[in-house]
Design a protein around this ligand. Sequence first.
Ligand code: V47
Ligand code: ZN
Length: 353
Amino acid sequence: MTEHLVDPGVPRDLHAFVAGLPKAELHVHHVGSASPRIVSELAARHPDSKVPTDPEALVDYFTFTDFAHFIDVYLSVVDLIRTPEDVRLLTYEVARDMARQQVRYAELTITPFSSTRRGIDEGAFMDAIEDARKAAEAEFGTVLRWCFDIPGEAGLESAEETTRLATDDRLRPEGLVSFGLGGPEIGVARPQFKPYFDRAIAAGLHSVPHAGETTGPQTVWDALTDLRAERIGHGTSSARDPELLAHLAERRIPLEVCPTSNIATRAVHSLDEHPVKEFVRAGVLVTINSDDPPMFGTDLNNEYAVAARLLGLDERGLADLAKDAVEASFLDAPGKARITDEIDTYTAAWLAS
Ligand SMILES: Nc1ncnc2c1ncn2[C@@H]1O[C@H](CCC(=O)c2cccc(C(=O)O)c2)[C@@H](O)[C@H]1O
Ligand SMILES: [Zn+2]
């Protein structure tokens, strides 16, 4: 964890434990993971961009007034990715940053529509992410899988295009495991995307839409009923509906909780008011994630430290949280067993020292 991300409410040795803990991340966006280092490199390639390259100016640039402002800024970073080589660089360097945090496995949410509509050739796009995935696994030991998401606000044209890219056997990349829906929720009702999710699910993809991040619990119900969600991106407003919490707990539908993101986009007022405690109390399977880490001034290790503070966890509690993410992932059984064993071995050695 970088020095500025030390949560003062968490003991230093717990931070050190988290830094070395093998982890899986299930909710993290491709473009939203571009660190200042990566943004600078991309901006140097495309100097006409309005995105600042200086890390200090980026901190201001990445301060959001609300969710809509966040999406505007997000799209300005999307505009920096113009060639298949940009896509490859971003993907490979994001994996390097993950490996530094002992992330062994990540499902990275990619919005291919945003790149193809900006003129990147679809085949070259797929080759770029796959090439980076294979290089990252070989060189950093981090296994990447993809979730292709529909940018809902871009309309049904984007839903059609994303579904085509995710299901056409000639295009669909080997690393693709799931299908999502992102962007603003207000005015973007989930049920209209049912036919697209039906096609993606029929093609063998898992359903993982964002829901209940910026709208109420009905959006989560819609994601469950119409989009057959197997996990929910955020699901923050589920806390307002006890029946929904009971349903999520009973069906073992995990929530992909991203605490700092919810504060940065002003979906939740403060960390102390974050409903993660209520989720755990209701027996819902919680996974901890970073969403768009550099844009929110966080990283996955910091999100685990925040969770430790909000949930009162010690080393064993944090190891259980890390194992829950592995369990909720779409990794195969031997892959899950390998990371789970590694978490147990690491934790036992730490506690014995
Ligand atoms: N916390 C988040 N919660 C939700 N989504 C998040 C979050 N973080 C990142 N995203 C990403 O933002 C994208 C938004 C893209 C979008 O709205 C849009 C609209 C119109 C045109 C275009 C275009 O490309 O031309 C794009 C989503 O697809 C998603 O992957
Ligand atoms: Zn997200």
